[in-house]
Design a protein around this ligand. Structure first.
Ligand code: AMP
Ligand code: TRP
Length: 328
């Protein structure tokens, strides 16, 4: 059976971008595959070296994972830092990762621009740690958003390189996975391309109805088209993309028709969109609050996940040590 794996850094709450870009796929895949979903708390140190309350941040994501429908009976849900074997594989991969290729990774270049005072080795070797996360369970499919393509390319490269150097066919080459024919990019509603926590434009799953309404009503639009069937400028196209994601086909078609005949009233569209986002988020929010209040349950899930993930990881490390030539 093929293995699916993915992770998210605990640097804030889950937003619609995370959900539709990644988490939705996790939920759908857990019935059919051997699945691992983890919380990448070590990775978060690359940008937040002195986390304020890392345990709380991890719990937040854990509650949100569970509220979205990831089932700990089906999938292994764990915290990265609970599985020490990952570090050993990270070390081996780093020995065959070259400065030049790591420096060329776009997200590294972006991050050193954003944090010039903290260009740490962890940031440089972010792709090796991510590859270790993936290869430790010999994962085949990795559901991630478009922004992770280059990290995935590196993971494949490291897998191939390991196999070549030690003359084995051990690690499978992991591929990115998305449900639709291409990776989904959930747009921001502020006219910018992508929804994200660092972009400051995110609608969070845990946002209450009023907050969501406020965020949507604030979305950037324009004066409206004057020529039938004109192309949608980006901020307007983003609203329609969001509608495509959360609303029914009928609703989308209705407003699209209004746009094409130049009768669109953005106030109406936003009201509908806010309502549809709320219909989607409200039950999830209620579950998040319920699960987040149940510390005993979350501890149990994390402990069980750590145990299952460690078993799988330990098996890999044993084999890797043998392949390289260490005492198993
Ligand atoms: P991040 O919140 O940037 O750590 O991303 C966690 C996961 O959510 C990754 O797989 C991202 O590719 C995905 N993701 C984040 N924002 C978006 C977005 N706006 N559209 C699609 N996927 C996203
Ligand atoms: N880099 C991913 C992100 O920023 C998080 C991540 C870490 C990850 N390790 C992973 C995703 C392994 C998939 C597989 O969102």
């Amino acid at each position: 059976m093929e293995t699916v794996l993915s992770g998210i850094r605990p640097t804030g709450n889950l937003h619609l971008g995370n959900y539709f870009g990644a988490v939705q796929s996790f939920v759908k895949l857990q019935d059919e595959y051997r699945c691992f979903f983890f919380i990448a708390d070590w990775h978060s140190l690359t940008t937040h070296p002195r986390p304020e309350n890392i345990r709380q941040s991890v719990k937040t994501i854990l509650a949100e994972y569970l509220a979205c429908g990831i089932d700990p009976e089906k999938a292994t849900i764990y915290v990265q830092s609970d599985v020490h074997e990952v570090v050993e594989l990270y070390l081996y991969l780093n020995m065959n990762a070259y400065l030049g290729e790591l420096e060329r990774v776009t997200s590294f270049k972006e991050k050193i621009r954003k944090q010039p005072d903290n260009i740490n080795a962890g940031l440089l070797t972010y792709p090796s740690l991510m590859a270790a996360d993936i290869l430790i369970h010999k994962a085949n499919k990795v559901p991630v958003g478009k922004d992770q393509e280059q990290n995935m390319e590196m993971a494949r490269k490291f897998a191939r390189r390991f196999n070549t150097i030690y003359d084995v066919t051990y690690f499978p080459e992991p591929e990115s996975f998305h449900f639709s024919d291409k990776a989904l990019k959930v747009p921001g509603l502020d006219g910018s391309g992508k929804m994200g926590k660092s972009e400051g434009n995110a609608i969070y799953l845990v946002d209450d109805e009023k907050t969501i309404r406020k965020k949507v009503m604030k979305a950037v639009t324009d004066a409206g088209p004057t020529v039938p069937h004109s192309e949608k400028p980006e901020p307007v196209a983003n609203l329609f993309t969001m509608m495509e994601i959360v609303s029914t086909q009928d609703t989308y078609d209705y407003f699209n028709e209004k746009y094409n005949t130049c009768e669109i009233r953005y106030g109406d569209l936003k009201k509908q969109l806010a309502e549809d986002i709320n219909t989607f988020c409200t039950p999830i929010r209620e579950r998040i609050l319920e699960i987040a209040a149940d510390n005993a349950y979350m501890d149990k899930v994390a402990r069980l996940g750590a145990q299952k993930a460690t078993e799988s990881a330990a098996r890999t490390i044993l084999e890797v040590r043998e392949i390289i030539g260490f005492r198993p």
